[in-house]
Design a protein around this ligand. Structure first.
Ligand SMILES: [Zn+2]
Length: 307
């Protein structure tokens, strides 16, 4: 069955100022790598729709969503926190980043595609319940997971996050929901600097020392994530696909390579085949070396295509 890719031109218009690592060129870097690898024409290419305020409210209080709408500028740039800013296009891009993840759930649940990758920005996994942070406004992956539970009647879903940074926002948004298993690997100590230091129940936080390479990363997933996933038997798997754990990433400090992202994706797909009818929805998070981002995303998408 097919793999969908969701994106939208406005995801390249959200711009937090020159020199910002989370830059519009990230989208084009992925597109050109997918094209060079001959993958783009194999994908079901779809436009990311805009999430409504109600959909954003699946994971955030309405007052927070309304506050973001209210501060969206009609010109210039406004700062939300130390790392995150909004220009004229940011609100629409953020709504489309969340909307893509939700639409991907709908397409996968309808059996139109087996899995999907959301090539969108801003990313989402640092956005907490009532706080933008780390380039993120809305928790795209958590919103999509809640949508799968609330609107499609799934009982159990998993979110796996291999971004170099801890998915603090996702953890905050799903912390009271026992139906969601959350696994996050991340360099520690590193931004954002805190995490629930537990490997138990529904929260599998696996910190990695700086410089950790593929062999150790794979061992951590095999020892902690894959058994937890098999025990939970998720009906859909969400991937917070951050590629800043790549060895060339300027904001990272781990030493993963393209093949590690490919391998990890394959592991999640195997589990999805076992328990979830192959249903996987992947959402772009970090990745700031444009060349490594492109090639890593291409390896990830190649795995999603079953190649
Ligand atoms: Zn990151």
């Amino acid at each position: 069955m097919a793999t969908a890719i969701y994106t939208h031109p406005v995801c390249e218009q959200h711009d937090m100022g020159s020199g910002h690592a989370e830059c519009p060129a990230r989208i084009a870097a992925i597109s050109s790598a997918l094209e060079s690898a001959g993958l783009i024409q194999q994908l079901d290419q779809r436009r990311a729709p805009m999430a409504s305020q109600d959909v954003l409210g699946l994971a955030h209080p309405d007052s927070y969503v309304q506050a973001i709408y209210d501060v969206a500028p009609s010109e210039g740039l406004i700062s939300l926190d130390g790392d995150t800013a909004m220009n004229v296009f940011t609100l629409e891009a953020a709504r489309r980043a969340a909307g893509a993840a939700v639409a991907a759930v709908d397409a996968v649940m309808a059996g139109e595609v087996e899995n999907a990758f959301c090539q969108t920005r801003p990313p989402g996994h640092h956005a907490e319940s009532r706080q933008s942070m780390g380039f993120c406004l809305f928790g795209n992956v958590a919103i999509a997971a809640k949508h799968a539970l609330e609107h499609h009647g799934l009982q159990r879903v998993a979110i796996v996050d291999f971004d170099v940074h801890h998915g603090n926002g996702t953890e905050d948004l799903v912390k009271d929901d026992a139906r969601i298993l959350f696994c996050s690997s991340f360099m520690h100590p590193h931004y954002p600097g805190y995490f629930g230091k537990n490997i138990s129940g529904q929260r599998i936080n696996t910190p990695l020392d700086g410089g950790t390479g593929g062999a150790e990363f794979r061992a951590v997933l095999e020892d902690h994530w894959l058994p937890a996933l098999r025990e939970q038997q998720p009906e859909m798997i969400f991937i917070s696909a951050g590629f800043d754990a790549h060895r060339d990433d300027p904001l990272g400090g781990l030493a993963l390579v393209e093949d590690d992202f490919y391998w990890a994706t394959k592991q999640f797909m195997e589990i999805a085949d076992e328990y979830a009818q192959g249903r996987v929805v992947s959402v772009l998070e970090g990745g700031y070396n444009l060349s490594a981002l492109g090639s890593s995303a291409a390896a990830h998408v190649q795995a999603l295509l079953g190649q």
